[in-house]
Write a protein that binds this ligand. Structure first.
Ligand code: M6R
Length: 360
């Protein structure tokens, strides 16, 4: 059932191109069928936990950029214990792979009590979340067995991006031509990801980096803009399956504290595709190098400034800057996977964790 892969996690990482394509097909046929989301609203509140929360953070960029509607993103477990300012003009988007996460369900129930409409983004048909939500957008990742979430995440990004586009078209902030341009870019993501994954199979670049770093005690992940949540996600993957202490940070915050951690032992994974904050990320790499930190850079081909600073480079294919998280997350998933495997841990079933967290 692992289709020749050593673990479900690796199989699921490799299933991402298909999951994304299937989610695009599912959502596009819905858009054609129903024309629009069934609610009127002026504010969006995203609630989720763990990796789904990280997808939500990126969803905020998608929705605010494309539809100009303000979006707040909360951990479901925080949302439910404050007095959230939501009402019938708010749409709450609850993101969950399993649809059974206790805190996410509690957040949804609170939102409904306050009169908000709820859209679920969910991978499990008929789960509790989909039964309680007013409307469900399914992700078509297929069953995710590994506790560490991978393909659920990139299919959630797909659903969020298409939803953001749909709202943009309805609100008139995205023209039909722009919508087509974005969809064309999105449709290219699965094959770009496939190329990347196949190259890794042959060249084992990330596996090699994992071999170099698996004895590390700590790791720092830095990103900005849409790739700040990817820094959080890279750190979460590494801690949950390899038990290495890791932190994800917005790169601009480095000089406000975490830079003190950097010495010649510290691995720093810098996410720096060619986008609006690329130059800033190059400066961050310089700062880390000046303190002798060991930099791994996730970037695009070309990027000579980075190449001059580190030879630990992972090259990802180019895409629209908003879509870069689809491609930057994959090397981080593989990096965490290989490290956990080298350390001999039970990759699919890490200690103390359950696939769906049905307790509060
Ligand atoms: O099923 P959900 O998406 O609601 O699960 C949320 C989190 O429990 C989940 O993403 C968790 O953080 C993963 N183990 C991360 O890899």
């Amino acid at each position: 059932e692992k289709a020749g892969y050593k673990h479900f996690m690796l199989k699921e990482i490799y299933e991402q191109p298909k999951g994304i394509s299937d989610t695009i097909s599912g959502k596009l046929s819905l858009i054609k069928g129903e024309a629009e989301l069934p609610f009127d609203f002026n504010k969006i509140q995203i609630v989720a936990c763990g990796t789904s929360y990280h997808a939500g953070l990126i969803g905020k960029f998608f929705i605010e950029t494309l539809s100009k509607i303000p979006v707040s993103v909360d951990y479901a477990s925080e949302f439910r214990y404050r007095d959230p300012l939501i009402d019938s003009n708010t749409v709450v988007v609850a993101i969950s792979q399993s649809g059974e996460t206790a805190d996410t369900l509690a957040a949804v129930r609170l939102a409904k009590l306050k009169g908000a409409k709820v859209i679920a983004i969910c991978n499990v048909i008929g789960s509790t979340l989909t039964r309680e939500a007013d409307y469900t957008i399914y992700t078509y990742a297929g069953p995710e067995i590994s506790v560490a979430s991978t393909k659920a995440f990139t299919t959630q990004l797909t659903a969020l991006f298409l939803t953001a586009l749909e709202i943009g078209v309805i609100k008139g902030t995205v023209t039909k031509e722009e919508e087509q341009k974005y969809i064309d870019e999105l449709i290219k993501i699965p094959s770009k990801m496939e190329d990347f994954l196949e190259t890794e199979k042959k060249e084992k670049r990330i596996r090699q980096l994992a071999l170099e770093f698996y004895m590390a005690k700590d790791a720092l992940f830095l990103g900005r803009f849409v790739n700040y949540p990817i820094a959080l996600e890279g750190a979460l993957k590494l801690k949950e399956i390899s038990y290495i202490h890791a932190e994800g940070y917005p790169a601009g915050e480095m000089k406000h504290g975490p830079i003190a951690l950097i010495d010649e032992k510290m691995p720093v994974i810098v996410i720096a595709p060619k986008d609006r904050v690329y130059e800033k990320m190059v400066s961050n790499i310089e700062e880390v190098k000046a303190r002798k930190g060991r930099v791994i850079a996730v970037t695009n081909a070309g990027c000579g400034e980075i190449r001059r600073l580190t030879d630990r480079i992972i090259e990802i294919p180019e895409t629209d800057e908003l879509l870069t998280p689809f491609l930057t997350v994959v090397p981080l998933q593989l990096f965490a996977y290989y490290i956990a495997d080298f350390l001999g841990y039970d990759v699919d079933q890490p200690r103390n964790l359950a696939k769906s967290v049905t307790v509060e």
